[in-house]
Design a protein around this ligand. Structure first.
Ligand code: ZN
Length: 140
């Protein structure tokens, strides 16, 4: 007679359900020493946690499935939050970049205008000097 791994109740032949159950961590497994050698196909390590295929009664299998679904939902929610934060970060970074670019363009335009004005003023001054000198030479 089989026993439920979770609640220990007896399982009749054909009524048990096999599920991957977390039975320990990888580090615990390594500390376990000789258990490492007994590792077989029913043991799967997922992100440091060791799971083993165990027989469960119908109730515990349902609980386990519900917990797995909840874990999956939590993982999805965490992923969604991370994705949203990442997207928001990218959006703000892009906005910031656009703002910086706009400011840089404005600065550039102002500098260009300033240089243009300076050049015009200097040109005008030179023209005036030239004109004055020409008149001085004429009057001589
Ligand atoms: Zn059970």
């Amino acid at each position: 007679m089989l026993q439920c791994y979770m609640c220990g109740s007896k399982i009749r032949e054909g009524e048990g359900q096999r599920r991957h159950i977390v039975t320990g961590t990888r580090s615990a497994q390594v500390r376990g020493g000789d258990r490492f050698d007994m590792r077989d196909q029913s043991e799967i390590s997922v992100a440091g946690a060791r799971t083993e295929l165990r027989m469960l009664c119908a109730g515990c299998a349902a609980d386990h499935d519900a917990r797995q679904r909840r874990n999956t939902l939590v993982a999805l929610a965490v992923f969604a939050v991370v994705a949203v934060l990442f997207a928001a970060g990218a959006f703000f970074a892009w906005n910031h970049f656009q703002e910086e670019k706009r400011k840089a363009d404005q600065d550039f335009e102002r500098d260009r205008q300033q240089m243009h004005d300076d050049f015009e003023r200097r040109q005008k001054g030179m023209d005036q000097d030239f004109e004055r000198r020409r008149r001085e030479m004429d009057s001589r």
